[in-house]
Design a protein. Structure first.
Length: 397
C-alpha cells in the first residue's frame, strides 16, 4: 500500500472544533492535516451567537478576540412566549453575533497559520482503521496516528465507528432563515420558549440581517415547518418572502463514548450541544482542543490506540454537564412545568442570573440545580422523563 502522507493527526472537518483541534495539535509540535469536503467560505445553518464562554475559548485556544469587522455586539436580550414579550433586559456581558461563513473561514486561517496542512474540497472515500489510513478522493492515502472526527452531526467518522451518527428521532431538527434587515450594535436578540414544543425559537441580530430559526427534538409530534412560519409572522416577517433551510443538530443526544481507539469525535459529531441554551460553538472548540491534547499525550507515550481513554477523561466534565442539561430541560419543555417556567422567565432575576452564569462558563448546571433545589419546578422536574413521552422508552440514557 502506497502512503502519500504520514502525519500525526488527521482532522476530518474544518469547523470550529476542527480548527481548535488543529491549532492545539500544531502548537504541541504535531504534524496536522485538516480535510473537509467543502471549500471555504461555506454556508452553515447556525445562529452564530458567540457567547462569553465561546469568547473565553477563543482566547485560550487560539489566543485571539473576534475581529470587529465580522462582529455585531449587544448586551440586550428578551424572553418571548409564542410571540408575546415576557421580559426585556440587559445581560451583564456582551454577546457577539457573526456569520458561520465568516467565523469558520477566520478560524481555519488561524489553523493554517499555526502550521496545519488544510485540504479543502477533498472527500474522504474510506477509513481504514485497521491500518490507521484514510483514502482520499483520487486514491491518495494518508496514514495517521490519531484521527479526529470534527465532521458535524452527520459525521461519516461516527457512522464508520457506530453504524450511524445519531438516532434521527432523538436528535434535533432546526429551520432557519436570514432576513435581510441590517442591524446595529446593541440590537436586542430574543428567545421564544413558547412557540414550539420541546424547543425554542431565536432571533439574532447580524450586521446585514436577522437570523431567525426554530429547533425541536425531531421525534416530537408537530409540523415544525408550520411552526417556523408562525414564528416568522410573530417576528414581523412574511414566510413567503424568505428562503428557509433545515438541518439536523444535536439537541440532548450526545455520545457517552465519543470515539474508539485512536479515533475521536468532537463538537457536533459527539453531540456536544447544550439542549437549553443551544450553546455548541464553545463546546466544539473545547472538545477539539481536548482531543488534540489527548492525541499529543498518547503519541508522546507511543500508545495512540489509547487516545480514547485520554480523551474521555478530558471531556467527562462536558458530558456530566450535558447529562444535567438533559435532566433539567424538562423544566422548560414539559407540560407539567412549563407554566411555572413561563412565570419565572417573566419575573425571576434569580433564574436569569443562573442562566447568565452558565452561558458565561462560571457555573455548571449541577451548581444551578443545587442552588435551586428547593424550588417547586426543580422538584417536579426531577420526577419527569428527560425525553418527551413518545420517545422516553426508546431514547438512550
Amino acid at each position: 500500500m502506497s502512503i502519500s502522507h504520514d502525519v500525526d493527526v488527521v482532522i476530518m472537518g474544518a469547523g470550529p472544533a476542527g480548527s481548535a483541534a488543529a491549532v492545539t495539535a500544531a502548537k504541541a509540535g504535531l504534524s496536522v492535516m485538516v480535510v473537509d469536503k467543502a471549500t471555504f467560505p461555506r454556508a452553515k445553518l447556525c445562529g452564530a451567537g458567540i457567547t462569553p464562554r465561546s469568547q473565553t475559548a477563543l482566547a485560550e485556544i487560539f489566543g485571539v478576540e473576534m475581529p470587529r469587522e465580522i462582529t455585531l455586539q449587544s448586551t440586550k436580550m428578551g424572553f418571548h412566549w409564542d410571540g408575546a414579550v415576557l421580559a426585556e433586559f440587559d445581560q451583564p456581558y456582551e454577546f457577539k453575533y457573526t456569520y458561520r461563513m465568516d467565523f469558520d473561514l477566520w478560524l481555519l486561517g488561524l489553523a493554517r497559520e499555526a502550521g496545519a496542512e488544510v485540504r479543502e474540497g477533498t472527500r474522504v472515500e474510506e477509513i481504514l482503521d485497521d491500518v490507521s489510513t484514510l483514502v482520499l478522493g483520487g486514491g491518495e492515502r494518508v496514514r495517521y496516528q490519531v484521527l479526529i472526527g470534527a465532521d458535524g452531526v452527520a459525521s461519516p467518522v461516527a457512522r464508520h465507528l457506530f453504524g450511524k451518527a445519531f438516532d434521527t428521532e432523538t436528535i434535533g431538527f432546526a429551520y432557519e432563515t436570514e432576513v435581510p434587515v441590517p442591524c446595529a450594535d446593541d440590537t436586542r436578540m430574543s428567545i421564544d420558549f413558547g412557540v414550539v414544543k420541546w424547543g425554542y425559537g431565536w432571533n439574532f441580530p447580524k450586521r446585514d440581517s436577522q437570523t431567525i430559526g426554530v429547533v425541536s427534538i425531531r421525534g416530537v409530534d408537530q409540523d415544525l415547518r408550520a411552526v417556523m412560519h408562525r414564528y416568522l409572522e410573530h417576528e414581523g416577517v412574511d414566510p413567503e418572502s424568505v428562503t428557509i433551510k433545515g438541518a439536523h443538530i444535536p439537541f440532548g443526544d450526545y455520545k457517552e463514548k465519543p470515539g474508539r481507539g485512536n479515533i475521536l469525535l468532537v463538537g457536533d459529531a459527539a453531540g456536544f450541544v447544550d439542549a437549553i441554551t443551544g450553546e455548541g460553538i464553545a463546546l466544539a472548540m473545547e472538545s477539539g482542543a481536548h482531543a488534540a491534547q489527548a492525541a499529543a499525550q498518547v503519541i508522546a507515550e507511543d500508545r495512540p490506540q489509547r487516545a480514547d481513554r485520554a480523551y474521555f477523561a478530558r471531556v467527562a466534565e462536558i458530558q456530566a454537564d450535558l447529562a444535567k442539561v438533559r435532566q433539567l430541560r424538562v423544566i422548560a419543555y414539559s407540560s407539567k412545568t412549563r407554566g411555572m417556567f413561563k412565570e419565572k422567565l417573566a419575573t425571576s432575576t434569580r433564574l436569569r442570573d443562573a442562566l447568565f452564569e452558565v452561558v458565561r462558563g462560571d457555573a455548571s448546571y449541577a451548581d444551578i440545580e443545587k442552588r435551586m433545589a428547593k424550588h417547586a419546578m426543580v422538584k417536579v422536574a426531577s420526577k419527569l422523563s428527560v425525553w418527551p413521552s413518545i420517545l422516553s422508552r426508546r431514547a438512550k440514557g
